[in-house]
Design a protein around this ligand. Structure first.
Ligand SMILES: [Zn+2]
Length: 340
């Protein structure tokens, strides 16, 4: 009887500890307040360039010259922790409505996911449908479009390295690599060459949004040029000889990688393209609803999964500080910024 009593006390304490640490992991976030002063403030003078970008969370970059607009990723749904870990996910039409309205997006020439993971490509067909855009990306991205019922003529499978014209913009998808997690379990789960080989109809498990190849998105315009690197991976030599005014650099996870990987990433993406401006992105939460300002990921995604938001942002600022010609800043959410 005594043993039974002790056993139940031990089990109760263990249960409280598990629930307590779970609650802590899923509700606490790293404090990114020290970067508040690094957010680019809106310019006071009239911009000299017609090209403007607007950050819409993660690696959603709206790029416009006032006539033609294109959007990378177009991902506005924020599934819950439980949905991502144990459930099925699919586009949140309300979230897409709110984001398009907030950014005043009506027409787009193209929606271009950096790769086919859910946090880049999941909403792209619906955004394309609503804005009259072409969905542009890999065969896997095309299958996300087909599964959503987007008409075949609205889907373009990009040929890597081949420029596509949208108004005065030339857009080229350049083969790259996805971020490699230092953790071997995550590494195999996120960097496999897995593809989506048939039309994908959500809701589906998160793992069904297979990578399908990752791209550096090069956007060139008579007034400006920029590179969007959606995931913190690199392909040595891929960007050699391509100079841009600005790099929008996906940093998610990079703070947890080795010194060697970090240096290679910088060398093959930033040094290779010699930008004057650098904007770290993909450090914000993919489970918190997209609001007025960006939110840090909770500690589960940040520490256990390994996004390391604080160290990843710091990485970008530290490396940029070594280059006197390079200016780094965080992009304000929902605010237009001129390039260059
Ligand atoms: Zn990814």
């Amino acid at each position: 009887m005594k043993l039974l009593k002790w056993l139940s006390i031990v089990l109760l304490v263990a249960a409280i500890a598990i629930v307590g640490s779970g609650f802590w992991l899923f509700t606490k976030q790293p404090d990114l307040a020290r970067f508040e002063g690094r957010v680019l403030s809106p310019p006071t003078e009239r911009p000299s360039s017609q090209v403007q970008i607007m950050w819409l969370g993660n690696t959603n970059i709206l790029i416009t010259d006032g006539v033609t607009s294109i959007l990378t990723d177009g991902w506005f749904t924020r599934p819950s922790d439980l949905e991502i870990l144990f459930g099925r996910i699919g586009p949140d039409l309300g979230a897409i409505d709110r984001a398009l309205a907030r950014a005043e997006i009506e027409r787009l020439a193209a929606v271009i996911p950096a790769h086919s993971h859910f946090d880049h490509a999941m909403d792209a067909p619906e955004v394309a449908e609503r804005t009259g855009a072409l969905l542009v990306g890999s065969e896997s991205t095309a299958n996300i479009g087909r599964g959503w019922g987007l008409a075949e003529e609205r889907i373009r499978v990009a040929k890597p390295g081949q420029a596509m014209s949208f108004g005065d913009f030339q857009v080229t998808l350049i083969e790259s690599h996805h971020f490699e997690f230092a953790n071997p379990t995550l590494k195999s789960g996120t960097t496999g060459l897995s593809e989506i080989t048939a039309p994908l109809q959500p809701p589906v498990r998160v793992t069904e949004y297979a990578e399908g190849g990752s791209y550096s998105i090069l956007v060139q315009h008579p007034d400006a040029s920029l590179l969007v690197q959606g995931s913190a991976g690199y392909l040595p030599g891929a960007l050699e000889g391509i100079d841009v005014d600005a790099v929008i650099l996906g940093v998610g996870g990079i703070g947890g990688q080795s010194e060697r990987y970090q240096s290679n990433y910088w060398a093959h993406i930033v040094n290779a393209t010699k930008p004057e401006k650098l904007f770290p992105v993909h450090w914000d939460s993919f489970t918190h609803r997209l609001g007025e300002s960006p939110r840090a990921p909770n500690l589960f995604w940040d520490e256990v999964f390994g996004l390391h938001a604080e160290a990843s942002i710091q990485y970008a600022f530290d490396r940029a500080a070594e280059d006197p010609l390079l200016e780094a800043a965080l992009l304000p959410l929902w605010e237009p910024v001129s390039i260059p």
